[in-house]
Design a protein around this ligand. Sequence first.
Ligand code: HEC
Ligand code: HEC
Ligand code: HEC
Length: 278
Amino acid sequence: MNRILLLLLLVSSQPLFAAEEEREITLQLPPASLEKWYRPANERDVWLHTMFQLRREMQAVSEYAALEDTRLLKKWLARLKQDYQSIGDMVPEWKDELETGLLEKMSKAADSGELEKLQTLQRKLGKSCQSCHVEYKLSAALRYRSPDFSRVLVESEETMEEEKYGRVMSRLTMLVNRIKIASEDQRADAATTALDDLQQRLQDLGGSCSSCHKQEHQRQQLLGKQMQDSLDRVRAGIGKGDAKQVGRYIGKFAVDVCASCHAIHRMQSDLRELLSEK
Ligand code: HEC
Ligand code: HEC
Ligand code: HEC
């Protein structure tokens, strides 16, 4: 009796725990003007390069402060100041967040040789870098540097029509399932027709890789010989009426090709899209 009661208590309290443990994560979107400083709006990812420069300049300033080399210290401090100020020129919405006063004080400290004071000020500056990063670093990287499949079109060799990725994907899924269904039900002709169609669609898909990859090896890695071997075995299985072999190798194909490609591109693409919604 006691045990049943305890069990009931446990069961009834579970949803409560679940509700308590639920956590919401919010991602703050960066201001729209940041877009100008990334490809394709810009020739280069200017913003990111500025950030790499800032990190190098911060390092140089702290190293020369430790070495008490004020000449080189001032050289790098001047660069740091310029690049830090450029944040506000590039993204005016962020101008008010900047701690430019700290850099003025750092310059004065360098001029008067108060290097310890300079180091204290620099640590504060570092915190201001961090506070912006906590809010925006991830969302900016996802929004502006993830692969953008919404702009990529797949051209059909047969019809010369261009289709969006989402549509091509739905078609691939439909064909893969049609092969499985038809082979299970011993409809070899239907399965073979679907397989022919699938092969053609995959070839079309392969034509789209070059819009982001300059080289051929990425395409070969996913859509090359290994894929063809699996599909050849699927075809042989259909020919023999061996639904088990078909299932096994269509499964292998789905893992090697579909799932591998999704693991590389799809999550990032989905996140980018989510963050791009107006
Ligand atoms: C007002 C906002 C803001 C401020 C201030 C800022 N950053 Fe950034 N920083 C960003 C954003 C946004 C990114 C993400 C860029 C990306 O990944 O494309 C970033 C990325 C970086 C990166 C690349 C990090 C990585 O992923 O490896 C470095 C390095 C960096 N910042 C250094 C600095 C330094 C040093 C300072 C201070 C002197 C600074 N940043 C101040 C917004 C800011
Ligand atoms: C919208 C842009 C885009 C398209 C289109 C695209 N990729 Fe990628 N792919 C990327 C990005 C970004 C990475 C991450 C690594 C990098 O920068 O190369 C990547 C990475 C890869 C990798 C990981 C290994 C490596 O050498 O980089 C493979 C394999 C790959 N892609 C295959 C393909 C294939 C096959 C196609 C076409 C069917 C394709 N990709 C289409 C953007 C794209
Ligand atoms: C280039 C590598 C790549 C390959 C190979 C690939 N996919 Fe995709 N797939 C993607 C990307 C990127 C998306 C997200 C595209 C979008 O939503 O615009 C996606 C989305 C999908 C979706 C969701 C479509 C939607 O509208 O939400 C399905 C289903 C899908 N793929 C099935 C497949 C199947 C089945 C295969 C294998 C026969 C396959 N994919 C092969 C990259 C690939």
